[in-house]
Write a protein that binds this ligand. Structure first.
Ligand SMILES: O=C(O)c1cc(=O)[nH]c(=O)n1[C@@H]1O[C@H](COP(=O)(O)O)[C@@H](O)[C@H]1O
Length: 295
């Protein structure tokens, strides 16, 4: 690996230090307005600065939503790039939420944001598997070489997700289950022929820490599901659980769905961000969620 410890180990360490909460940085037009900011690059920068100042020193993972930066063009992306660096300098892991997914050769371009020396290097990236599980191989290779991580959409929080994700394959598994199974394979050392020989020490803890799952490759499973309809036993990696707060999910839903002992990273955006622009209020809002999750 290239310099830094692999993502799963860094995530486990960050969670041990700061707790599991991830806060999404989603500068919606409505939130900018509610904060008294203009819906332009200046407003975007002020919003982002406040969130980074308030949370990057205390929250384990920050998840900027690329869409809300892209909508402001290249200057919006500069705000994002600056924020990513500042979050990482302050000790937060950055999960870029861009839900990338394309044919393999293009996927390797998307994955470059995980590489050392990239101007916007992030710790992990959300990706979509719907061009086929193998389409993500270049991102997995890149993540492995650079100690980064991926979160693959499996069973998302939106109400109509089951139409695709719970559809059955010829072998009887749901699409979501096939995604989970594939990600579980990535979390073992031998999944790709031609990979450099893995260092067994870097995988020795996969079953041991943080409730049995600290692989670098995780899945997204919404906290809004009425029941957990995927088997996560073979995942060996973290679960990103969105849908808390604004989409109706609660800390109790996480317990109901995932129980104790699974490596779950609950993520909240609007419900924390609505407390801004006051930095102390933002921090207090994140702390309330953290306390709720700890219970
Ligand atoms: O990958 C994600 O983060 C994600 C997956 C999913 O299933 N549902 C989901 O809401 N998200 C993202 O998580 C954030 C949720 O925002 P709030 O509903 O405001 O907490 C948004 O940025 C979504 O794009």
């Amino acid at each position: 690996m290239n310099g830094q410890a692999r993502f799963g180990a860094r995530l486990a360490a960050a969670v041990a230090d700061r707790g599991p909460l991830c806060v999404g940085i989603d500068p919606h037009r409505e939130l900018l307005g509610a904060w008294g900011l203009t819906d332009d690059v200046d407003g975007l920068r002020r919003f982002t600065d406040a969130v980074v100042d308030a949370l990057a020193g205390t929250v384990a993972v920050l998840k900027p939503q690329s869409a809300f930066y892209e909508r402001h063009g290249s200057r919006g992306l500069l705000v994002l790039e600056d924020a990513v660096g500042r979050c990482r300098d302050a000790g937060a892991l950055v999960l870029l939420d861009a839900k990338r997914g394309d044919i393999g050769s293009t996927m390797s371009g998307y994955a470059e944001v995980l590489t050392h020396g990239h101007p916007m290097q992030v710790d992990a990236l959300t990706v979509s598997p719907y061009l086929g599980p193998d389409s993500l191989d270049p991102a997995v290779r890149t993540a492995r070489v650079h100690g980064a991580g991926l979160f693959v959409l499996a069973r998302t929080s939106n109400p109509d997700a089951a139409i695709f994700q719970s559809a059955r394959l010829a072998d009887g598994r749901t699409v979501a289950q096939a995604v989970v199974d594939q990600v579980g394979r990535w979390n073992t050392p031998d999944w790709l022929v031609g990979d450099p020989a893995p260092d067994p020490a870097s995988y020795a803890d996969l079953q041991g820490r943080w409730g049995g799952g600290t692989g670098s490759f995780g899945v997204v499973v919404g906290a809004t599901l009425s029941e957990l309809d995927v088997d996560l036993t073979g995942l060996r990696g973290p679960v990103l659980a969105p849908g808390l707060g604004a989409q109706g999910g609660t800390a109790a839903d996480l317990v109901r769905l995932f129980g104790p002992g699974r490596a779950v990273v609950p993520t909240v955006s609007r419900d924390v961000l609505a407390a801004g622009p006051d930095r102390a209020a933002l921090r207090a809002s994140a702390e309330r969620w953290a306390a709720d999750l700890a219970r």
